[in-house]
Write a new protein. Structure first.
Length: 319
């Protein structure tokens, strides 16, 4: 959660519609390493390091709580806030909506100032106000509504996203998955993603892929798939694992079609290794091939002959 990087500009109007008060914030963190994936309002100086072990936020999420409320000092800017946390079902992320006590308790602060003038009841009033607000059903429902709104963020990813269970059976996909593969969720639900394979990726590649996934929890690489209409295409795939108590419970994958990118790279390679006028292989390609056959002959211990032909006056034709 994993997850692809999307510009906040796409969601600026949605975020601005949420009244967080002064110094309020919205943050999205990854559940696998508790690192910061998004922060609103944007702050280039914010601390984006993963939460340290023992952090109350990390402990609450690791314990399996879905939507706890917790009071702590934010690692982003070292300011204390009251946070509502929401873990996103089937996604490797959770959302935090935090508001400062200055905003939440603005009305209580006014009353405290009045009480302060009389010199009585200050401590009791503050404690009672915080107690009531923390347990306010209205505040809880408002926080849940805000975090549910942010859950729609993943639907707008330009990368195809797929989530499978521990048996690698598809549970959920996003609209970009349908756009790239041609398949809807109803057509692939419960199936193994290997049903999309085009048969061009080697078994050695798949074996190395699963080795890294199981040992390191993440893998990136190029594989070939087949579209619903029958054409094959290369894609750049990232697979991550979601674990609970050390056991894999979900696999998340995201990918993009790199057909155009590969075509551009092949075109660049061709232009670098062929004469633009005659379309014949140039000196660079010749040197690469000579180096390759020399290395093979050296490894195999086989003889190699190299014939050099000098064509007189060919320069005039070339010019």
């Amino acid at each position: 959660m994993v997850i692809a990087e999307i510009s906040l500009n796409h969601f600026e109007s949605m975020f601005n519609s949420i009244n967080l008060g002064e110094k309020g914030l919205i943050a999205i963190r990854r559940t696998e390493d508790f690192s910061l994936a998004m922060l609103w309002p944007p702050d280039p100086n914010a601390n984006r390091e993963p939460l340290k072990p023992g952090h109350p936020n990390r402990e609450r999420i690791a314990s399996g709580e879905k939507s706890p409320e917790v009071d702590f000092i934010a690692q982003f800017d070292n300011k204390r806030r009251l946070f509502s946390l929401q873990r996103l079902n089937d996604y490797p992320f959770y959302v935090l909506v935090g508001q400062t006590y200055e905003h939440i308790l603005s009305e209580w602060q006014r009353r405290v100032l009045v009480t302060l003038r009389t010199g009585t009841g200050l401590a009791l009033l503050m404690l009672w106000g915080i107690y009531r607000l923390r347990r306010s059903e209205t505040l809880r429902q408002a926080s849940e509504a805000q975090t549910s709104l942010l859950a729609g963020f993943f639907e707008y990813s330009s990368e195809a996203c797929v989530i499978t269970n521990a048996d690698n059976c598809i549970m959920a996909v996003n609209p970009s998955f349908t756009r790239i593969t041609g398949y809807t969720l109803d057509e692939v639900r419960g199936k193994n993603p290997k049903t999309l394979a085009a048969g061009r990726t080697t078994q050695k590649t798949y074996a190395e892929m699963w080795r890294k996934i199981n040992e390191e929890g993440v893998w990136q690489g190029e594989i070939w798939d087949r579209h619903k209409d029958g054409h094959v295409y290369p894609k750049w795939l990232t697979i991550s694992t979601i674990r609970k108590a050390g056991k894999i419970t979900r696999y998340t994958g995201s990918f993009v079609d790199i057909t155009e990118r590969k075509a551009a790279m092949e075109r660049i390679y061709y232009l670098a290794h062929h004469d633009t006028l005659t379309r014949l292989p140039n000196r660079t390609l010749f040197e690469e091939h000579v180096e390759e056959v020399l290395k093979k002959a050296g490894n195999d211990g086989t003889p190699l002959a190299l014939l050099f032909i000098d064509l007189d006056y060919f320069k005039h034709i070339n010019d």
